[in-house]
Write a protein that binds this ligand. Structure first.
Ligand code: PLP
Length: 362
């Protein structure tokens, strides 16, 4: 048995993979694979529209928001946001980790970036909202709901005093219910909770569409994507098909409430093993902002003992637990607990952590 704790591309539900395998050579009555179908065919049109509608159903998307399937990854959307929304030439950025740092860096190419709070030295917390300095002239306020590398997750939706709020939910979209109407734009790359890599889901309020800078590449223009039902050019059809199956799986499993409940249970198990280890394992993140999706931790000492961590990872692999290595920029260990990782999987990891600690404590 293998348990995949990778941060992305990440584990997909086994039921979905079995369906994909079953229909790989012959989808429906077509006699061909989805991979071989024209994106203009009737069969594919059905797959495409069902996937778009499923996003609306699962997230309860109001009528005045459009759902777009875009390419270029989360990184492409960092630029698309600026090119489509930076009407006043300035935007607010909340930088809480690796990914919001990169988004702010990209935005500086297109206009003035106002850092809502000074960039923290270490990405382990979220500065108190009362200290935030929002620019009333900003076109939007940007933040990353879950910093995949650093394990920092927002437990609240920031108050932006009416300025459109833009959020990167790449690593926690579809893991909990939230109020779409609080946002101008929400986006998330598929490769964590949604499906294989290759699509970014963008949900954008209608009134924010149609202001793209004249130099915006056609493929990144929200208006063009929207007017063409995310079929302006050839989309990654197979990815969208698999995403559609993941959406159906989420519905069968009880929707976002069930995903959220599981995420809390799974992350609590890992944080508890860290807590019970008397400092053998350490998670640097402020307990108020610890992620339910990605748990980064060190082993052996507070700053991490690389030989102990390497032994931990080797032992985990022997037991079938893979992709637990921390991001190359921070080192250590990281357990990613996306929707497809079950509570039972998290129990296996927590038990291993406890046993490893017991056999190494001095
Ligand atoms: N935002 C977050 C929170 C991420 O975790 C990632 C990638 O892991 C990205 C953005 C960038 O996504 P991509 O690699 O698809 O460009």
């Amino acid at each position: 048995m293998v348990i995949n704790f990778g941060a992305g591309p990440a584990k997909l539900p086994e039921e979905v993979l079995i369906e994909v395998q079953r229909d790989l050579l012959n989808h429906g009555q077509s006699g061909i694979s989805v991979m071989e179908m024209s994106h203009r065919s009737k069969e594919y049109a059905d797959i495409h529209s069902k996937a778009l509608q499923a996003v609306r159903d699962i997230l309860n998307v109001p009528d005045n928001y459009k759902v777009l399937f875009m390419q270029g990854g989360g990184t492409g959307i960092f630029s698309a946001i600026c090119m489509n929304l930076m009407k006043t030439g300035t935007a607010d950025y909340c930088v809480t980790g690796t990914w919001s740092t990169l988004a702010a860096k990209e935005a500086a190419k297109y206009g003035k970036v106002n850092m809502v709070f000074p960039k923290p030295e270490k990405f382990t917390t979220i500065p108190d909202q009362s200290s935030w300095k929002l620019d009333p002239n900003a076109s939007y306020v940007y933040y990353c709901d879950n910093e995949t590398v650093n394990g920092v997750e927002f437990p609240f939706i920031p108050d932006t005093k009416g300025v459109p709020l833009v959020v990167d939910m790449s690593s926690n979209m579809l893991s909990r219910p939230f109020d779409i109407t609080k946002f101008g734009l929400i986006f998330g790359g598929a490769q964590k909770n949604i499906g294989p890599a290759g699509i970014t889901v963008v949900i954008v309020r209608e009134d924010l569409i149609g202001n793209a800078m004249p130099t915006t590449p056609t493929i990144l223009d929200f208006k063009v994507t929207c007017a063409n039902n995310s079929l302006y050019n050839t989309p990654p059809t197979f990815i969208i098909y698999v995403m559609g199956l993941v959406f159906e799986w989420i519905k069968r499993k009880g929707g976002l409430d069930a995903m959220h409940e599981n995420a809390i249970t799974k992350s609590k198990l890992i944080y508890q093993s860290i807590k019970n280890s008397n400092g053998f394992y350490t998670c640097p993140v402020d307990v108020r902002y610890r992620s339910r999706m990605n748990v980064p931790f060190r082993a052996g000492s507070a700053s991490g003992d690389e030989s102990v961590e390497s032994e931990f990872l080797k032992g985990a692999e022997k037991l079938g637990m893979v992709q637990l290595k921390g991001h190359r920029s921070v080192g250590g260990i990281r357990a990613s607990l996306y929707n497809a990782v079950s509570v039972e999987d998290a129990i296996v990891l927590a038990n291993y952590m406890n046993e490893f600690y017991n056999s190494h404590k001095s």
